[in-house]
Structures are given as C-alpha cells and as structure tokens.
Write a protein that binds this ligand. Sequence first.
Ligand code: UD1
Ligand code: CA
Length: 495
Amino acid sequence: MLPAGSLTTAVVLAAGEGTRMNSAIPKVLHPLAGRPLVEHAVRAAAGLAPEHLVVVVGHGRDVVDAYLRTVAAVLGLDVRAAVQARQRGTGDAVCAALGALPAGTSGTVLVSCADVPLLDTGTLGELVAEHHRAGHAVTVLTAVVDDPTGYGRVLRDHSGAVTGIVEHRDATAAQHTIHEINSGVFVFDAGVLHEALGRLRRAMGPPNSQSQGELYLTDVLGIVRAEGLPVGARQCADPWLVAGVNDRVQLAAVGAELNRRLLEHWMRAGVTVVDPASVWLDIDVQLAPDVTLYPGVQLYAGTVVGPGAVIGPDSTLSSCTVGAGATVVRTHALGAVVADGAQIGPFAYLRPGSRVGERAKVGTFVETKNAQLGPGAKVPHLSYVGDATIGEGTNIGAATVFVNYDGVTKHRTTVGAHARTGADNMFVAPVTIGDGAYTAAGSVITQDVPPGALAVARGRQRNVEGWVSRRRPGTPAAQAAQQAQRGHGDQTRQE
Ligand code: UD1
Ligand code: CA
C-alpha cells in the first residue's frame, strides 16, 4: 500500500470535554467494544507508522494521558501528548499539536478525531495516498450521510470543486440541506497548515470573537483555497467509518454497528451465531471455527474460545480462555481458563484464577475462585470452591463449601486425585485430603485425610422412639406416625 515514511505526522484530537455526553468521564475514554474511543483512533493512525504520533489532550488530561501511556507501552508506540490547556476549538488543538513537534518539522500531517472510532488504517492510508497523488495542499475526508445533523457541511462550487466547510450551527437553511459532511479528518502539507493556522489566529483576533469563541480547523480549508492552493476531498463510501460520537445515543449506535461488523467477521470465519442481535463481542475477542454462540452471550476483554466450543445461552465471559469442545451454559466468568472438553454451568460463577481442567465439570450453582480442577474433576452441584486444588478424576459432593476465609486470611485446600467427597461437606482450610480418600456426607473436615482413608466428621445419629406422640400429640405428624405404626401392625398380623 503506502511506502513507509510517507506520513510524517499523525495528530489525534482528544482534548474536547464532550459536553454532550453529560459524563464525569472524558468522552474519549468512553469504551466501544472494550476500547476507549481514543484508543480506536490512536491505533488507526499508528497503523500508518507516522514519524510523529501526537495526541492532543486537554479536558481530563491526567486520566487521558495515563491511559495513553499504558496503550503506548502495550503497543510499543512512541505517543507524544500535546496539551491544549483550554479547549478553544479544533484549529487551536492542532496548533497545540504542531507546538509539540520538533521545530521545523515539515512533510505531511494527518489530523483525525478521537471521537470517530470506526475509521480504520486502510481508509486513512487511502486518504494520505490520494493527497500525495493529487498534489493537494489539503485533502479532507468526507461522506454522504442520510442525516447530516450536527456535522460540518462540505461546500462545493458549480464545477464540484471543494470551496470550504461550514459548521452546522453556522450554516444557512440552504447549506443545511447538504448531505456531504466533514469527517473531521484531514491531510495537510505541514507548511500550508502552519501558515493557514497563523492567519486564522490573526483573523479571529482574541479568543471568543467568533460564534463559539473557537478556532475551527475547518476554516483552514477555505483559507487555503482562497490562496489558490489545491484543495481536495475524498469521499468515504462507507458512512459508518466516519460516524462521530458526540453523545450517548451516537455511542450506542456506533457501538451496535461495530458489534454487527465484528459478528459478521466471525460468522464468515466459521462461527455460528444463533441470534446476532443478542450477542456482544469486544474487538479483541478471538473465536475459532465451529464455535457456537447461543443467544444472550457477551464475550469481553480478550476472551479466546477454541474450536467447537459452545457458549450460552445467557453467558458473560471476560478475559477468559475456553478450550476446544468445551460448553459454557448460563455462566458468568471472569479471568477463568476452561480447558478442552470441560463443562460449565448452567448457573456457574467462575471468578479470577479459576482453572478448569480437561473434561472437568463445574456444574449448577457452583462458584469458583482461585481454584484448579484437574482433568475430569467434577463439582456438579451447589458448591463454593475458593482457594483450592482438586486433583484429577475427583468428585466433590453436592453442597460443599471450601471454607477458605478465617475472617482475616485466605487459606488453601488441596484434594488429591480420584477422591470421592460426600455431599454437604465443609473443608476448613488449610486442609489436605489425600489421593483416593473418601469423606462422609455432612462432614466438617478440619484435619488432613490420609490417602485412601474414609473421614467421618459428624455426630452419630440417635433415634428417640415415640418422641412425637409424647411431645407433639394431636399434630398431623403424630397422626401420620400413628397411622404408619398401625399399618405396620396390620401387616404383621396378616403374615
Ligand atoms: C467537528 C468538525 C465538524 C465535523 C465533525 C466530524 C470542527 C469545527 N468541526 O465537529 O465539521 O463534521 O467534527 O465528527 O472541527 N477537540 C479538541 N480541542 C478542542 C475541541 C475539540 O481536541 O478545543 C477534539 C475533540 O476531543 C474531538 C474532536 O476534536 O475528538 C472534534 O471535536 P467536537 O467538539 O466533537 O467537534 P464536532 O462538533 O463534532
Ligand atoms: Ca465530534
């Protein structure tokens, strides 16, 4: 595609407050498919490998900057933050970006917005390529959209040449009928941009002299054109790619579209999605062929699902790994690893540190945390498994609690291989149950159980004959008991 080094500078504008979000969180940090808006924009620009990648921060800059640092570290990028102390418009923001570059940086400058999250590297690359091919001083990325409300409109003369951009709020009634909008994404010759921004500043005089007291980047286009320099526009055929997010209605709309596209991608790659309308995926989820997703599934934050696995209905997995052929039904799971062929749910809750071995089972109403189940191990019903290691082939009886917390510290329980523990056990940690050991139903296990032993840790049963007729006479229980005894007597007479 593009020869390397063809883009000198990429600027991402992310300083705005995003007033229309009505949020305590800066707009550019609101997530879409598991990534903040600004990260979508930064990744798209970084894909062009510019010499300088500048993000303009301002509103909430401490949190935005901190986030950018982590992204830069993860992606191995050199991201420069330029501070726009007061948000005086997109033109002013670009001034701040240029100020953060080494003196005399020339070449080509791409400007994109942090609130246009679906723009991809390919589209940006085509814009830069077109700018170079046509020898423009400025090239703007536009799109024809059904509803242009809120966007800047692209003005063209009768020959079709671009003459300028007018903001929605400054447009005349006739201009409001224009459906070609400014995406907010431009490519400039650096020298031309410098010069035009300088003029714009001088023309505006002190801040607050225009309708919003802002310096519009969009005005640069008209200035450059008036100087007789070549100005161009490239229309993006897919309007979704340039959709801006100014409020939460747009955030939801763009989010739904991105999700639709992600699902389409995975379906084409061999994933069955029974009901695409009710399944949500984060952008970094990885799905193997022949995965089936039933209705009501949400897969978040880097979840990886292996071939043939079946997820859902109604399951939420975050940062989980699910092996080949595993099934996960009506489950909520965070940071869990489920090995090949394992069965989870229905109604399971896997918390961080849960590792379920091959063909192992975490069944109905079972919660696990920091727990390892060996291959084929089973916790089928109504149990809490916290801070435990359960060996291969072991079966944990229904309604078992791994008592891991003494009120101050957490302790571990180890159950060996092929053990059979009774229903309704308490394993009071720290405690170890040996390989092949059994425990009796209803036991409270406070001491280690040697391999192969049967542990019985419960009161012996005592039956007090006739207690009900003596102490609860006349009750339905007493009557039922008498009837049972009479019936028993009749039976013995007959014999
Ligand atoms: C802007 C464009 C509009 C275009 C639309 C596309 C201008 C004047 N208007 O309008 O023509 O159709 O984007 O989505 O450029 N920002 C700063 N500093 C500021 C102001 C904004 O960094 O002082 C950043 C914001 O964080 C945002 C981007 O610039 O990422 C665009 O700002 P926003 O206020 O959303 O502009 P729009 O009204 O959407
Ligand atoms: Ca916007």
